[in-house]
Design a protein around this ligand. Structure first.
Ligand code: FES
Length: 125
């Protein structure tokens, strides 16, 4: 027997989708979330920055990115937060999704903003 669960997605007038509260995410760690019928990886860095990306590794398609290794690199004089895929360790920028370690496909990323104690994601994954 299976159950059908209806997903309720809160959406603002400007098209932002409610994701979670900032304190729901652990610093230095990622979490996978089911949002709008897609798997999304949410990250909170040790520096208190928040990012959202596809949970699918663009290299293999494996649903693993929320279990990746958070880090950072200096690029053009700026510190940039990164995520390394936990399987083959390709490294992606969390702000743009660009792959830094190979000429691989970029990781789809989604802007996150904090409003009134809630994280909101621009668009749907
Ligand atoms: S599975 Fe992601 S880099 Fe290989």
């Amino acid at each position: 027997m299976s159950a059908v669960v209806e997903e309720v997605v809160l959406e603002s007038e400007d098209g932002m989708v409610s994701v979670c509260r900032p304190e729901d995410l652990e610093p230095g760690w990622g979490e996978a979330a089911w949002l709008g019928g897609k798997q999304v990886a949410l990250f909170r860095t040790e520096g208190e920055d928040f990012f959202a990306a596809s949970h699918h590794c663009p290299t293999s398609g494996a649903k693993v990115m929320a279990r990746g290794i958070l880090g950072d690199q200096t690029i053009d004089g700026h510190r940039v937060s990164t995520i390394a895929c936990p399987l083959h360790k390709e490294v992606y920028r969390l702000d743009t999704g660009a792959c830094l370690s190979a000429s691989a496909q970029p990781l789809p990323v989604f802007p996150l903003v904090e409003r009134q104690g809630q994280l909101w994601m621009a668009g749907r994954p």
